[in-house]
Design a protein around this ligand. Structure first.
Ligand SMILES: O=C(O)[C@H](O)[C@@H](O)[C@H](O)[C@H](O)COP(=O)(O)O
Length: 231
């Protein structure tokens, strides 16, 4: 029996969603800074987050006290348009959050599997996390926790903070936070947009097989008080 409730926030416009989620995340960061002098924010990539990141960059946060990391990364050069580091640097850091400390995942000259030790050590330095913002794919993946993958069991049940993963589409090579890392967050958000994603979310609610829909592991986690932002 899940001990925490999922809160579902629905908006009548995408701009309202982006502004409201940005405001909520900014206040979460403010509270963490007030409580312990620092804050950590872990962001997902893909297409959905871009306008939210722009709104977040405009929020009045003491970014010099914030460490920004990634929920997952496509194993491509950070100059690539497919890079989640590129997305965060261009839409958040360059737009107002320049003072934040960014800790990426991609390590040139290493495979994702080779980089796990280094990324694990780098992320342990600001673990547990304060804010995690997740997305969700049409196949029910979140982060780079993809259905049917051999690495999924370890990423869902292990004590590591991250691990190498593989996506079904290019760029296939990935690094992902583990469920353990995601569940450490004081505030965990799922940002989804459009009817198709809503249908996937509803399908995820209607079952518990995490191997076919890994996002269920987040929805059903007893320690994650998930807040879904949808428009
Ligand atoms: O690297 C990534 O792609 C993300 O971290 C991934 O988990 C994303 O949240 C979903 O794939 C949804 O992506 P869209 O927002 O592009 O639909």
């Amino acid at each position: 029996m899940k001990s925490t409730e999922t809160v579902f926030h629905i908006y009548d416009s995408l701009p309202t969603l982006h502004k409201t989620l940005a405001y909520k995340v900014a206040r979460d960061l403010d509270a963490a800074i007030a409580a312990k002098g620092s804050a950590s924010l872990l962001l997902s990539g893909g297409n959905t987050p871009r306008p939210f990141l722009v709104q977040l960059a405009a929020e009045n946060v003491d970014w010099s006290r914030v460490t920004v990391g990634l929920v997952d990364e496509r194993w491509v050069d950070p100059e690539s348009g497919a890079s989640n580091e590129n997305l965060v640097r261009s839409e958040l850091l360059a737009n107002g959050a320049e003072a934040a400390t960014f800790v990426g995942m991609y390590r040139p000259g290493e495979t994702a599997a080779e980089a796990v030790v280094g990324v694990e050590a780098a992320y342990k330095a600001f673990f547990p996390f304060d804010v995690v913002v997740l997305g969700m794919g049409s196949d029910g993946h979140t982060a780079s926790l993809f259905p049917g993958r051999p690495e999924l069991e370890g990423l869902l049940n292990g004590a590591a903070l991250c691990g190498a993963a593989e996506a079904p589409t290019e760029p296939k090579e990935r690094m992902s936070l583990s469920l353990h890392a995601i569940a450490s967050a004081a505030h965990c958000y799922l940002h989804i947009e459009g009817g198709a994603k809503l249908a996937v979310y509803e399908a995820a609610l209607d079952g518990d097989d995490v191997d076919i829909m890994p996002v269920r592991a987040v929805l059903n986690h007893p320690d994650i008080a998930l807040e879904v932002f949808y428009a």
